[in-house]
Design a protein. Structure first.
Length: 117
């Protein structure tokens, strides 16, 4: 079970970290999706910071502080629940909506595997 946790968590670190950095630098390719979901560009720095902090917390959890990893995974799950609600409220069913669902499922798997005995 631990090996599955490590693999899933490393994947979650990579994708959340990439997504967070993309938001922090206001990467042109994510701007249309954010606008379609009704997310102002001015929010990207905060949202990117939260995702990047979540990825860093997952890494800290892997490196021996499991409570921080659990807190980070919980925060990322809540973040992507909020992202999905945002897409639904904007009636946005674009590929970014599908990505938000994928991120949510990945972070939920990370959390579940981290809590497994």
């Amino acid at each position: 079970m631990f090996n599955a946790y490590v693999v899933v968590t490393l994947l979650a670190i990579a994708v959340n970290g990439f997504s967070g950095i993309a938001a922090l630098v206001h990467w042109k390719q994510i701007l249309p999706g954010m606008a379609k979901a009704g997310v102002p560009e001015s929010w990207l720095t905060m949202l990117g910071g939260l995702k990047t902090a979540g990825a860093a917390g997952l890494l800290v959890g892997l490196l021996g502080m499991p409570l921080i990893g659990t807190a980070a995974a919980t925060g990322l799950v809540l973040f992507f629940v909020g992202a999905i609600v945002t897409h639904l409220r904007a009636r946005d069913h674009s590929p970014q909506f599908g990505l938000a669902i994928g991120f949510l499922l990945l972070n939920m798997a990370t959390l579940a595997l981290g809590l497994a005995p």
